[in-house]
Design a protein. Sequence first.
Lengths: 146, 146
Amino acid sequence: MKLSTKGRYGLRAFIDLAVSDEKGPVSIASIAERQEISVSYLEQLMAKLKRAELVQSVRGANGGYILARPAEEISVGDVLRALEGSLAPVECAALDQNKATHCNGSSHCVSRIVWKRINDSINEAVDSIYIGELVKESKKESIRGE
Amino acid sequence: MKLSTKGRYGLRAFIDLAVSDEKGPVSIASIAERQEISVSYLEQLMAKLKRAELVQSVRGANGGYILARPAEEISVGDVLRALEGSLAPVECAALDQNKATHCNGSSHCVSRIVWKRINDSINEAVDSIYIGELVKESKKESIRGE
DNA sequence: TTAATCCCGACTAAAATACTGGGGATTCAA
DNA sequence: TTGAATCCCCAGTATTTTAGTCGGGATTAA
């Protein structure tokens, strides 16, 4: 049940970007340096975030990435799903109750009740935290000099 | 963020066992057949469940496995953790706030707030469902002939 | 025109997952 | 007392996924 480095690095990178967003485009190179992630790997992560329309890119010299929407309107769930795909612990948990194909030939799969509950609770957790909050938190800490 | 087959098959197997528990020891072979899991793979899963003292084994002919405690007292969390290890989405989420080594050299890791929240919500979900409930659900359905 | 950027696809190494197989130990029952 | 039905344990292996690397191209500000 581990989150991959896509999600882990990607969220860190996104927060980093959001913190500096107001100062204009933030380059991959600068994020990579601060967050100690390789540039080429980070490129792939940013591409996913762009495809999901969470960031916009600015090409050419002095370019970089900016948020596509205010940080207050982007949830952690948006970011993680863009990076990881569905966060469902098991495929069928994300599907509609009726359309779900039954797991094994026989009978309705009882454990699906469990997968559904886990799925819902994960989504509720990530969709209730917004990047804006994390940015605030992050700025608070850098003032304290941590 | 996917659960591995250990957790998926293992929970199914556990529920299967719990449903038949009252009729005496349930053999791996019979669970494997009903749940369409290979015998040797299932052996490994049962070994984990035994180590976690969730089931007891009865060796020899007519042997098999029985629950170590009533199904009402075993949570889905107990079973999944026995099979999968920690369900934390990221290592540090499970650690104590203070003892946690900081993720990268600099500063306190803000995204840890997120990992912690996800971790808590997963655990709350799995620890609030008991195998007993799933057994009841399962019996209900087989009566209805599903 | 050049340097700083993003962009893209292909490749690869390492790790994790999902098994398979063989032989041994126990115990019931004929 | 023997044999079949069990659990038990460990080692091997194929496949898939992850986590990256690499090389070259397109765009744009200065």
